[in-house]
Design a protein around this ligand. Structure first.
Ligand code: C2E
Ligand code: MG
Ligand code: MG
Length: 679
């Protein structure tokens, strides 16, 4: 291509030289014609010759000739050979064979033709010029070739390097080095490509980073999801375990519940049967739980149950099962207890730990417990029977206040009777099976009856007349004590009102259970009954046991104050048995203290008891209290008490507790106050 270009340029040069030459020949001929004009006109041949000679001095002009209008040569000169040859006007340059280019010009003056001039020009000169031009062109072509070659070489080098850099960069990118950039130099297409490449690389890096971030986020999300799934699984497992635990455990004490206990009992029983292994089943109940729960509230009750559970856990073995069956009822399986002596040891251990005072909201409570024990296989072969027998033993222990009982067949009958008794007691209140007996209190000063104490009895349709010791605990445990106390108050006050209406100015004493002393409603109940009966509060004395006050002194104090504010007199019953604090006695609005009959009973024969009675009387008087002695069974005691300046007495010696009708007779036999006869 380059070669063709050079050739064509050479041709162009050559053809331009030929044209130039022809023009020059033509110009020279015309110039010659114009110079010779006047000489031709005047036919001055000498001048024409000199003109010819002068023309011939021009290098390259081979001949010159001047002709007139008839083609007669007027003057001529130059190469003789050339003059002889045939004139070839308008000859094409390439056809020239004799190396002379002919040119002519007419001599015309004012449009009149006078002749012409002819000249020949040597083409050798042209050839020399052409050769020189050809040489020049070749040189230029070589230079051009060199320049183009070099340019191509450097261009190639440049392009190769650039492409190589791009290739390397592509390789790097393919190897993961995203964002790799090639060096950009200049502004050519390669630079633009490199620039575009860099942009693409950057874009790839950005996209890669974005993807990586997205992947990381996805991975985090996955991890999070996995973690959450694990957590949820754990939570579900825990929840399931919790539900399972809840289903089988008591939420308050965390001890196994009845369901789990029965299952464990069944397992122990099967092992016992298979391996011929005896074990003990213990049923346990808290003695004062009901009272505490009813009086101090459920929160206190809960604390007592929790403390009990914790104490049991503390003393029993790992292999033992402790369960809370409900309320204050606990049960234990003791696989290592195989006979009665071992059972007694275990029972005493349990009783000792429960009997230790419980600190509850700043005070010490003595709860007490009753245990019933049944031994496998001695007392039963199946779970149901063993539980029933342990239960019977427990109720027997409760009744007898013996702490614990081992099951025996004798217990069975009395126990089942006891269980029925609670149902009977509910009916007893509504069906008027309860009765009050009255025991007179005699003033030492007047030796006349000043008041009577109401003592409850239960006229049981089957068991006959029952005494408070047979059913009071049951009433307290079952909560029946509240309606029962109300019935007693109502009945006693109605009776008292009747006496007053008959002209007998007597007080009526009603015993108040410790449960009532913790019942903040109790003063209101008393006021309501007084109101209902239309009785004067001054007629009523309430006998409170020391133990009842000491159960929770602040609350009891509050209730006592409110009772006293009603105008009712407060008597401390069974004084001397409850370790009353002097501080309380002094603070309380008490009217009387009643010396417990256990001191009075033996005071004549037992010096200690006599000292105690004497001290109590002295203490009472010092505190400005009236002192009454109960359990006076003979006149000697009466006399002794009188000499000790006791204020009043009560006992079989003067009168047993009797019905209202019997008391009527008693009143009649000793109308308006009984004068006691000595002896
Ligand atoms: P308490 O209040 O100390 O009643 C006196 C108890 O001593 C009565 O027994 C009475 O029968 C008995 N007693 C009276 N004089 C003599 C005597 O000379 N010698 C002997 N050995 N005993 C005598 P009871 O009726 O069996 O009552 C026992 C306890 O039951 C009472 O002791 C009282 O704490 C409680 N109680 C009785 N009735 C009621 C009642 O209506 N409500 C409440 N909450 N408790 C009552
Ligand atoms: Mg009493
Ligand atoms: Mg008493």
């Amino acid at each position: 291509m380059l070669f063709i270009l050079i050739l064509s340029s050479m041709n162009l040069l050559r053809s331009s030289n030929q044209d130039e030459l022809q023009k020059r020949a033509q110009t020279a001929a015309q110039l010659f014609a114009s110079v010779t004009q006047s000489a031709v006109l005047s036919s001055d041949l000498a001048s024409l010759d000199s003109f010819v000679k002068e023309v011939l001095t021009n290098p390259g002009i081979v001949y010159a000739r001047v002709l007139d209008r008839r083609n007669v040569v007027l003057a001529q000169g130059g190469d003789p050979q050339a003059l002889k040859r045939l004139f070839h006007p308008h000859q094409i340059f390439d056809d020239i064979t004799d190396a002379i280019l002919d040119a002519q010009a007419d001599i015309v003056i004012e449009k009149i033709h006078y002749g012409r001039v002819e000249i020949g020009i040597s083409t050798d000169t042209i050839s020399a010029v052409l050769a020189a031009a050809r040489e020049r062109t070749t040189a230029i072509a070589i230079v051009e070739l060199l320049v183009v070659g070099l340019f191509s070489f450097f261009l190639g080098l440049y392009l190769t390097r650039g492409l190589d850099a791009l290739k390397q960069a592509t390789l790097k990118i393919s190897q993961g080095e995203l964002g790799y950039e090639v060096e950009v130099r200049g502004h050519d297409e390669l630079a633009q490509t490199a620039h575009a490449f860099n942009e693409m690389s950057k874009e790839l890096r950005v996209l890669y980073d974005q993807r990586k971030r997205a992947e990381e986020e996805l991975s985090k999300l996955n991890e999070d999801l996995e973690r959450r799934v694990n957590l949820r699984t754990e939570q579900l497992t825990a929840a399931y375990q919790k539900i399972e635990h809840q289903a089988l455990h008591d939420s308050l004490t965390k001890l196994p519940n009845r369901t789990l206990f029965q299952d464990r009992l069944q397992q122990t029983l099967l092992t016992g049967q298979r391996e011929n292994r005896p074990f003990a089943l213990v049923m346990m109940d808290l003695n004062k739980f009901k009272t505490i729960n009813d009086t101090l509230g459920h929160h206190s009750g809960d604390l007592v149950l929790q403390e009990t559970a914790s104490r049991l856990r503390g003393i029993l073995r790992q292999s033992d099962t402790i369960a809370r069956l409900g309320g204050d009822e606990f049960a234990m399986i003791l696989p290592t207890v195989k006979d009665m002596p071992a059972a007694a040891t275990a029972a005493n251990k349990i009783i000792d730990t429960i009997n230790k005072g419980m600190e509850l909201e700043g005070q010490t409570l003595n709860i007490g417990t009753s245990l019933g024990i049944a031994l496998y296989p001695r007392d039963g072969n199946d779970a149901g029977l063993l539980m029933r027998h342990a239960d019977i033993a427990m109720y027997a222990a409760k009744r007898s206040k013996s702490g614990f009982m081992l099951y025996s067949e004798d217990l069975d009958q009395s126990s089942s009777g006891q269980i029925n008794l609670q149902k009977d007691l509910t009916r007893a209140i509504t069906e008027n099976q309860l009765v009050l007996h009255y025991q007179p209190k005699i003033d030492f000063a007047s030796e006349r009856v000043s008041g009577v104490e109401a003592l409850v009895r239960w006229q049981h349709p089957e068991h006959g007349l029952m005494f408070p010791g047979d059913f009071l605990q049951l009433a307290e445990d079952s909560g029946l004590i509240k309606p029962m106390t109300r019935w007693i108050l109502l009945t006693a006050l109605n009776q008292c009102k009747k006496w007053h209406e008959e002209g007998r100015d007597l007080t009526i004493s009603v015993n108040v259970s410790s449960a009532s002393l913790q019942d903040v409603q109790f003063p209101n109940d008393v006021a309501a009954v007084l109101n209902e009966v239309g009785a004067s509060p001054a007629w009523l004395e309430l006998e409170l046991s020391e133990l009842g006050i000491m159960l929770e002194p602040p609350r009891a104090m509050d209730i006592i104050i409110r009772l006293s504010e009603l105008g009712v007199r407060i008597v401390i019953d069974d004084f001397g048995t409850g370790y009353s604090s002097m501080a309380y006695l002094r603070k309380l609005p008490i009217a009387k203290i009643k010396v417990d009959r256990s001191f009075v009973h033996d005071m004549l024969g037992n010096k200690n008891d006599e000292v105690i009675v004497r001290s109590i009387i002295g203490l009472g008087h010092n505190l400005g209290l009236n002192v009454i002695a109960e359990g006076v069974e003979n006149m000697a005691t009466w006399d002794q008490l009188k000499s000790l300046q006791c204020d009043a007495a009560q006992g079989y010696c003067m009168a047993r507790p009797i019905t209202a009708e019997e008391l009527e007779r008693w009143f009649r036999e000793s109308p308006h106050g009984l004068k006691l006869k000595k002896g």
